[in-house]
Design a protein around this ligand. Structure first.
Ligand SMILES: C[S@@+](CC[C@H](N)C(=O)[O-])C[C@H]1O[C@@H](n2cnc3c(N)ncnc32)[C@H](O)[C@@H]1O
Length: 215
């Protein structure tokens, strides 16, 4: 499925509370002080147009959310929406989310990691570009706090199977747990834009959820 063009938006808004560029962060940048509270932190890798981030932040005001999005136009789109709604517990970092997790997220500080519909990189020779790789999984295990959760959903069966196989090599991650399909009650009542599109095309969604063991 191709991507739909983003609607035009005004970018004159002050996004300084919601938008950051990973490449511009100082080497010793520290996450302390990013949010107004020390509430549990959740991270989404590959936020796209930010549906999950927006809704999760509004529905969970006692948690903080970081969205990581490499494509600037999508990162800006999400940030503008966060700013417009006045959401104080979610921000977007534009750039390589893998690098961000590896370099800037301290050990055992994350309550949940979300990865929804990552780019499939269909060709075998491109599989190494998939974000759910051994290096990132090592970081997921490192940054999740005990009992922290990993959510991974995709519409690509082969990516799903290969990733579950990869995750099975990490004894610290318990799962996969069954995830029930939610019946939408309104038009945008989906986890992400890609979930919405996939289900509207009557295609399958494969969902998994893991829990970080205490040790
Ligand atoms: C197929 S889209 C899915 C977007 C969204 N999660 C959804 O389900 O609607 C995958 C997104 O991951 C982003 N992405 C790919 N590699 C990334 C990386 N290394 N760091 C951050 N974002 C990345 C892409 O730019 C794209 O927006």
């Amino acid at each position: 499925m191709g991507r739909r063009a983003l609607p035009r938006q005004k970018t004159a808004a002050d996004l300084s509370d919601h938008y950051y560029e990973i490449e511009a962060l100082p080497a010793k940048w520290n996450i302390q002080g990013l949010f107004r509270s020390d509430n549990p932190l959740e991270i989404e890798l590959g936020s796209g147009k930010g549906l999950f981030l927006n809704r999760a932040a509004v529905e969970n005001p006692t948690r903080n959310f970081i969205g990581l999005e490499i494509r600037k136009k999508y990162a800006l789109y999400s940030a503008i929406r966060l700013e417009r709604v006045g959401i104080a517990n979610a921000v977007i970092f534009q750039g390589d989310g893998l690098l961000f997790c590896n370099k800037y997220i301290p050990t055992a500080t994350v309550h949940a990691v979300h990865v929804y519909f990552p780019d499939p990189w269909w060709k075998q020779k491109h599989h190494k570009r998939r974000v759910l790789n051994a290096g990132f999984m090592g970081d997921v295990v490192r940054i999740l706090e005990p009992q922290g959760k990993l959510y991974f959903w995709t519409d690509v069966r082969d990516y799903f199977d290969a990733t579950l196989e990869l995750i099975s090599q990490f004894d610290e991650l318990i799962g996969p747990r069954d995830v029930q399909e939610h019946q939408p009650e309104f038009d945008m009542d989906y986890r992400t834009h890609f979930e919405r599109r996939t289900r509207k095309h009557n295609e399958s969604v494969y969902r998994s959820e893991f829990v970080r063991a205490n040790t």
